[in-house]
Design a binder for this molecule. Sequence first.
Ligand code: NAP
Ligand code: GCO
Length: 265
Amino acid sequence: MDMNAFSLQGKIAWITGASYGIGFAIAEAYASAGATIVFNDINQDLVNKGLAAYEEKGIKAHGYVCDVTNEEAVQELVKKIETEVGVVDILVNNAGIIRRIPMIEMSAADFRKVIDVDLNAPFICAKAVIPSMIKKGHGKIINICSMMSELGRETVSAYAAAKGGLKMLTRNICSEYGEYNIQCNGIGPGYIATPQTAPLRERQPDGSRHPFDQFIIAKTPAARWGEATDLQGPAVFLASDASNFVNGHILYVDGGILAYIGKQP
Ligand code: NAP
Ligand code: GCO
């Protein structure tokens, strides 16, 4: 086998919401594999923070301010990327939010906001890049799903609904555009140590681990939280020619959580 199949040399990758966290780690891996990195975030401060972080890693990234829930802004951004950088070969729908509120206490506005960022925005961004991917004759779309694409839990009703929908949007893009050599797959991270999960890992006043932290350790065969870097290899695989016959698949990178009933207390 030609291992160059895993190379991203000459490819342009747009990772949404990638100033830090999982998106940043994926972008870093893509740069190592030879891709040109494009990212956006919700405000200039975050974009500047991201640009500095990429530069520190020796990566000359292209950063843009764009709220991915705004279709007009996304369409404008894609035109700008195509003019200033080139046609997007790889889209990673990474930008996301979560609101941890018991469902019957959650406002419809909060529910809609999570759906907007975590489900509507991946639709908007994919819709914006697919026409040029069709013209180019290839494309890769990777949607960042979640354990909550498969499982529910207290307080995350909006997030689970969004991530479950994102799993099916992934399968539908595969179904509708696979004939144009476009592969759309998902990555379902387990519990990863990023700012988004920091509240679930906070030390208790007595110095003990957060109860949820202990719960996840017991539910994960690897007996640890994931790191954003654990997602890099799977993300490169799904962005590369090595996965050209993998389509509509959600690759769970969860340390085994979905396979495990959990350690007996
Ligand atoms: P994070 O640390 O909260 O980063 C999310 C990024 O998306 C932030 O830079 C955020 O900007 C940006 N963003 C939010 N709304 C946006 C919008 N409307 N337009 C543009 N950018 C926006 O999250 P993460 O832990 O890295 O997670 C990244 C993705 O992985 C998310 O889709 C998340 O649901 C998913 N995920 C995370 C885990 C985990 O355990 N961490 C597990 C499974 C899946 P702000 O800083 O302004 O919010
Ligand atoms: C939560 C966590 C999870 C993770 C991730 C798991 O509150 O349960 O935030 O939702 O973010 O999505 O895969």
